[in-house]
Write a protein that binds this ligand. Structure first.
Ligand SMILES: Nc1ncnc2c1ncn2[C@@H]1O[C@H](COP(=O)(O)OP(=O)(O)OP(=O)(O)O)[C@@H](O)[C@H]1O
Length: 709
């Protein structure tokens, strides 16, 4: 890709260009193989641009003077890799960067600059650079920081058809730039600040593409990326400033804590996790009054002590589980903590001095925002995180979980292959959950067992066999002892995050293929074998869809006759009333409800039995029994019903749809008010489902019973 050019080659590169480049050609034609390397800070010098530099170092000035004699004066401008480095910190602007030449010599300098820079013409000695072309540095020698060898990077020729793409992409980039400049003035400054960091990377990456088409094609991607990053960061800044506390709400294991950690990293803030689930006493937050024995400062003081900065990101984890039935008012302490009006003077009872918490960024997590008290919820901006689809879990496990766990176990990628079918089976038959925590546990189980096998293999093949040979009688017991020890060591090392097997043992290891056929050897028998209990639901039985803080699930509502009537909960009572009315409208002669004592039951203990969204399912189940007619095959429904038969909106539509798919449901009935939620779902979730949206129970009646089979 790169060629080493003599000055003649460099000049020939410009042979057919337009006349205004003749001067540059003349400059290049006089070039020798040695130039002064000038490190610059913050912004690279882009070919075709000017940059003033303030050169203080007399040796460098002398070298530049020297370069003027007998040839075009030139220098190589190279961007410093990390200008936060203390050795370069004294230079405050990109114009002063040449000072650092005093501090960094030869190889040290070479390591700290990007190898691709620009060859620049020096116009005056105090110093004005005009950049001509990219080139790559090869070496630097002392004492004048001369680059004795360098490579000029040459554009590769492009096909004439590429011209169209280049032109179209160019227009796209111009329009994107217009968008950036059209950003509201409120955001403009910050967009500019964040774009600087991104554009630096854009420049460097673009530079290294030697084909014009590659450079141009990657432009929109980088612009979009920098805009995206800016907008994300802006959103957080925006929320943190207009005093809102962000609350990430969703089922367990969907990545709420991980997101908060990433946000802290992205914003360059220290991260502190404060588990407030089960908090029962305000003194845990506000500290104990010094007069009591055992009193200590509160968690916020401990947090500030640990992070050592005034602006950490503090994660209040599981805020929906703060103790409620207590007179020690933990919620009051949290309110004080989260209220921007009060937290600038937060009083810790132990220290008895006000502490300024106004710069702390609070992020909360909750599984169920319904359980957060209104005054607390009022101070939060809730961001809902839905559960993952099977496809998403597949991607997460393949691209992240398997690789991470395998690395933690010290196993090489080529030693284990977990097939896609095995991962899918884990997702569907072992861990039905909204998040991926259990999936991660199962993958860890597989890799732990493989690591154990590797340790055993090592033990039996090498040391133990050697011991066995040398020690004669009683050595079998010793081998067993060794194996037991190896097991314990492996488990222990894994638990503390170490690498369980030595390099030596890996060298002799066999390769492992995990697929559906041997999955059970590693993780046991499947835990779930389908939620579907009935092929064809019998009389009085209808499938409903439920949503819990663990995700979505299907449930059956069953109704039957009993000798003595049971006391019904409210939603069942409403269902009974509506079912009676519907029956009276449809068939006044049917006296089933007047004459029967009923028992309504929801099998499967894990699902909430009195959830309002089971209303329409209960009515349908009662009517099925009354009319002695089962509902249509493969049907599931969800929706809250009013006494007048109106169907109201439900929550957790995505999770419910995924649960229905798992149970091979073909037809789903949702409230009309949820139509938009359904339309927003990914195609892979909606595919193949016959979904009906209803706002009156009448419509459900037709869909459930108006069939011929
Ligand atoms: N999108 C994802 N990609 C990779 N790993 C993920 C993803 N989402 C979750 N995880 C993994 O799942 C595990 C649980 O994530 P995390 O603790 O952030 O979830 P959570 O929503 O905070 O759960 P909880 O409500 O139980 O506290 C972590 O090991 C995390 O790495």
């Amino acid at each position: 890709m790169l060629k080493l050019f003599s000055s003649h080659h460099v000049a020939s590169r410009f042979k057919n260009r337009s006349s205004h480049k003749l001067a540059r050609r003349a400059f290049l034609s006089t070039l020798t193989d040695t130039v002064v390397a000038l490190p610059i800070l913050r912004k690279p010098l882009i070919p075709g641009f000017y940059m003033p530099l303030y050169v203080k170092d007399p040796k460098v000035l002398a070298a530049l003077q020297e370069s003027k004699k007998g040839q075009a004066p030139c220098a190589g401008a190279f961007l410093m890799k990390d200008d936060k480095d203390p050795s370069t910190a004294s230079s405050s602007s990109s114009f002063e960067t040449v000072n650092i030449l005093d501090k960094l010599k030869g190889k040290d300098l070479l390591n700290k600059i990007h190898q691709v820079g620009t060859l620049a013409q020096v116009h005056t000695v105090r110093v004005f650079l005009f950049s001509s072309l990219p080139f790559m540095i090869q070496n630097i020698y002392n004492p004048f920081h001369m680059c004795p060898f360098f490579l000029c990077l040459q554009d590769k020729p492009y096909h004439k058809d590429d011209k169209v793409i280049i032109k179209a992409t160019y227009s796209e980039v111009i329009s994107m730039l217009r968008d950036v400049l059209g950003t509201t003035s409120l955001w403009k400054d910050q967009v500019q600040t964040y774009t600087q960091a991104c554009s630096l990377h854009i420049c460097l990456l673009l530079w290294e593409h030697l084909q014009a088409i590659q450079r141009v094609e990657s432009l929109p991607f980088w612009f979009n990326l920098s805009l995206y990053i800016n907008c994300e960061t802006e959103l957080f800044f925006f929320l943190c400033q207009t005093g809102k506390i962000i609350c990430l709400s969703g089922p367990p294991g969907v990545g709420k804590t991980s997101i908060a950690r990433s946000v802290a990293r992205a914003l360059g803030r220290k991260f502190f996790r404060l588990a407030v689930g089960g908090l029962s006493d305000s003194s845990e937050i506000k500290g104990g009054r010094g007069v009591y024995i055992g009193a200590a400062p509160g968690k916020m003081v401990q947090c500030l002590k640990e992070v050592g900065t005034e602006n950490p990101l503090v994660l209040l984890d599981e805020i929906d589980k703060v103790g409620k039935n207590t007179r020690r008012d933990p919620e009051g302490a949290l309110l004080e903590l989260l209220d921007p009006q009060q937290n600038a003077h937060f009083l810790d009872y132990f220290l008895n001095v006000p502490i300024d918490l106004s710069k702390v960024l609070f992020v909360c997590t909750a599984n169920d925002t319904d359980k957060i008290s209104d005054p607390l919820l009022d101070r939060m901006e809730v961001i809902e995180l839905a559960g993952y689809t099977a496809d998403e879990k597949m991607q997460i496990s393949r691209d992240y979980l398997v690789k991470t766990v395998q690395r933690k176990c010290g196993i090489k990628p080529e030693q284990v292959d977990v097939s896609e079918a095995a991962l899918l089976s884990l997702i569907e038959n072992y861990c039905r959950e909204a998040g991926v925590r259990n999936l991660q546990k199962q993958i860890e189980k597989i890799f732990r067992k493989i690591a154990l096998k590797l340790v055993r293999q090592q033990a039996s093949s090498e040391e133990a066999m050697a011991d066995l040979k040398s020690s004669g009688e009683g050595s079998i017991e010793m081998l067993h002892e060794y194996l037991r020890l190896a097991d314990v060591l492996q488990v222990f090392e894994y638990a503390v995050g170490g690498v369980p097997t030595s390099e030596k043992s890996r060298a002799v290891a066999e390769n492992f293929m995990i697929d559906e056929s041997n999955l059970a050897d590693y993780v046991g028998k499947p835990v779930f074998l389908g939620e579907k209990i009935y092929e064809q639901t019998p009389l009085g039985v209808v499938m409903g869809l439920a949503w819990t803080s663990m995700g979505g699930s299907t449930l059956y509502i069953e109704t039957t006759f009993v000798v003595k009537a049971k006391v019904m909960k409210e939603s069942a009572e409403i269902a009974h009333t509506v079912a009676r009315r519907v029956m009276f409208d449809k068939d006044p002669k049917n006296l089933f409800f007047s004459n029967s004592k009923l028992h309504l039951h929801v099998p499967e203990g894990a699902t909430p039995k009195d959830g309002p969204s089971a209303g329409c399912t209960m009515i349908t189940s009662l009517l099925s029994l009354a009319m002695k007619k089962p509902v249509r095959k493969d049907l599931a429904m969800t929706g809250e019903v009013t006494l007048t038969g109106r169907i109201l909106k439900i929550g957790g539509l995505k999770e419910k749809t995924m649960a229905a798919r798992r149970s091979q449901v073909k037809v789903i009935i949702f409230p009309e008010a949820n139509r938009r939620d359904f339309e927003d779902l990914e195609e892979s979730i909606k595919e193949g489902l016959d979904v009906h949206f209803v706002d009156e129970y009448e419509q459900i009646f037709e869909l459930a019973f108006g069939y011929d089979h």
